[in-house]
Design a binder for this molecule. Structure first.
Ligand SMILES: *[C@@H]1O[C@H](CO)[C@@H](O)[C@H](O)[C@H]1NC(C)=O
Ligand SMILES: *[C@@H]1O[C@H](CO)[C@@H](O)[C@H](O)[C@H]1NC(C)=O
Length: 477
């Protein structure tokens, strides 16, 4: 018993690379430095959404070697947060979570999955809101609550995509948010932000945001109020601008937000390859006072062609042109000044929940939420049984074992995750990809063809074609 707790304590001190962030007003804040945090995020779902199958005993954070490979590549890119969609709470995520933690990356976790019984039904949400569904979402909380690099949970992803769904789903999404926050309050030792990831459909976006951020009069601690709001936005295509992409209208809409706002997905891929000129704007003066950054969709290549890296059947990786282009765009940002803005301390008062807050006819404006379904109170209070437990573990070797090829097909050797110091999140330049991060120090470099050849700059090119959102939607879905 003594030995066990000593080991747990040891594990906790060895790899505490990132401090837990807090959502304060419309900002994510590092409580140790009072710096405002901008998400430089990556959607991470090896195998894609179709690859999630609990019967396989696999999910995107269950294979430590694969996470090491991808954490190293994302470190080279400059990523500080991953978003992971479909997770099995009963698998062990300790190695992956610890690797990303050591690499200075936070995790935003979706508690749902597309499987029946594991997410809300948009049009008939009452058929999907029951004890075993909530139990699964609580189990995801149990599985991830102890990792210091957990940034937050999404209680729903694109549950509302049109006004009809906006008529039915909002009270249920808000109820799930309430139940998750109550579970966290009862069973976690720190507040963990819970929010919603919206589809960027302008008919329902503003009402969704207001429905979830508003304050219900008399509700104790605003328990059902979202702590953050995010949107999946593909409106910046090719060489667009702040205005032509419509980012300006988003900034205008969200400038009064009482909760942090960020892109939970971005990266229009028409035309392809991408030029990622939105990076300079997302992390520029016009957006950072209102947005907390964004998550690029996505790391691994899938048939829908949004990937930065091709993953082979043998787990080898070939980097795609978009990887290099994105890296070049990140390298133009002055991260030191972007990530060192001091928190303003302003608690923005949320609007009061009232029917007049909702603008679109047909969107739900009733803030009476469904009550907890039968048999759920016991779980909410007593905890999930048996409950998954996650903990930070020591990673003894950070070297990547899989073959990696750069965009030109040249092998990249000696790649390793570079464990960062305490309280440091990853930033572009922390790992040059040359293997300097190998903690075991025995990395041989027999292959003398230039250690970091894979990461040299290439010129950005790309025709500036005007592609509309509709064309994108047509192409992608
Ligand atoms: C709740 O979740 C745990 C962990 O996944 C599982 O073992 C248990 O059977 C679930 N209980 C119910 C009532 O769904
Ligand atoms: C709001 O929803 C609740 C619960 O479904 C219902 O009882 C109530 O009648 C609704 N209020 C209005 C004004 O429709």
């Amino acid at each position: 018993m003594l030995l066990q707790s000593a080991l747990v304590a040891l594990g906790a001190t060895i790899a505490a690379a990132v401090p837990a962030l807090e959502a304060r007003g419309n900002q994510f804040v590092n409580p140790k430095t009072n710096d405002v945090f901008q998400i430089v995020g990556m959607a991470y779902q090896i195998g894609g959404s179709a690859g999630y199958d609990p019967s396989h005993g696999k999910d995107p954070l269950s294979n430590g070697d694969v996470c090491k490979r991808d954490a190293a590549l994302m470190q080279v890119l400059g990523i500080n947060t991953i978003r992971v969609y479909n997770l099995d709470p009963n698998l062990n995520h300790d190695e992956c979570a610890s690797i990303f933690n050591a690499a200075g990356m936070y995790m935003v976790i979706d508690v749902n999955s597309p499987l029946v019984g594991e997410s809300l039904n948009s049009l008939e949400p009452w058929t999907s809101y029951y004890d075993t569904y909530l139990n699964r979402t609580f189990a995801v909380v149990e599985a991830f609550k102890s990792y210091p690099n957990l940034l937050g949970f999404f209680s729903g992803n694109e549950v509302i995509s049109n006004v009809k769904q906006g008529g039915t789903a909002p009270p249920y999404i808000r109820a799930v948010t309430r139940d998750l926050k109550q579970y966290i309050k009862n069973h976690a030792d720190r507040p963990i932000p819970v929010g919603y990831s919206a589809a960027d459909v302008r008919d329902v976006l503003e009402d969704s945001w207001n429905y979830f951020q508003c304050s219900i009069e008399g509700e104790k601690d605003d328990m059902s109020r979202a702590d953050m709001f995010a949107l999946n936005s593909y409106s910046w295509c090719a060489d667009a601008s702040f205005e032509s992409s419509g980012y300006n209208t988003l900034v205008d809409m969200f400038k009064s937000s009482s909760v942090p706002i960020f892109y939970s997905e971005f990266g229009c891929n028409t035309p392809s390859p991408r030029i990622f000129t939105e990076i300079g704007t997302i992390y520029g003066d016009k957006m950072t006072p209102v947005f907390s950054g964004g998550v690029v969709y996505e790391f691994a290549q899938e048939p829908n062609n949004f990937g930065l890296a091709d993953i082979g059947k043998d787990d080898s990786v070939k980097l795609l042109k978009d990887f290099q282009t994105l890296k070049d765009q990140y390298s133009k940002v002055d991260w030191k000044s972007v990530q060192s803005v001091k928190a303003n301390g302003n608690a923005v008062k949320p609007p009061k929940c009232s029917p007049s807050l909702i603008k679109e006819k047909g969107f739900n404006n009733n803030f009476t939420l469904p009550v907890l379904p039968p048999n759920t109170k016991e779980i909410l209070e007593g905890g999930v049984k048996p409950k998954p437990v996650g903990k930070v573990v020591k990673i003894s070797d950070f070297k990547v074992t899989h073959p990696i090829k750069d965009v030109d097909g040249k092998a990249i050797t000696n790649l390793a995750v570079k464990p960062l110091g305490d309280d440091v999140s990853n930033t572009a330049g922390s790992n040059d990809g040359a293997g300097s991060g190998s903690s075991s120090g025995s990395g041989s470099s027999e292959n003398g063809d230039g250690k970091s050849a894979g990461f040299r700059s290439i010129a950005i090119s790309g025709a500036a074609a005007g592609i509309s959102m509709l064309a994108f939607l047509a192409a992608a879905f």
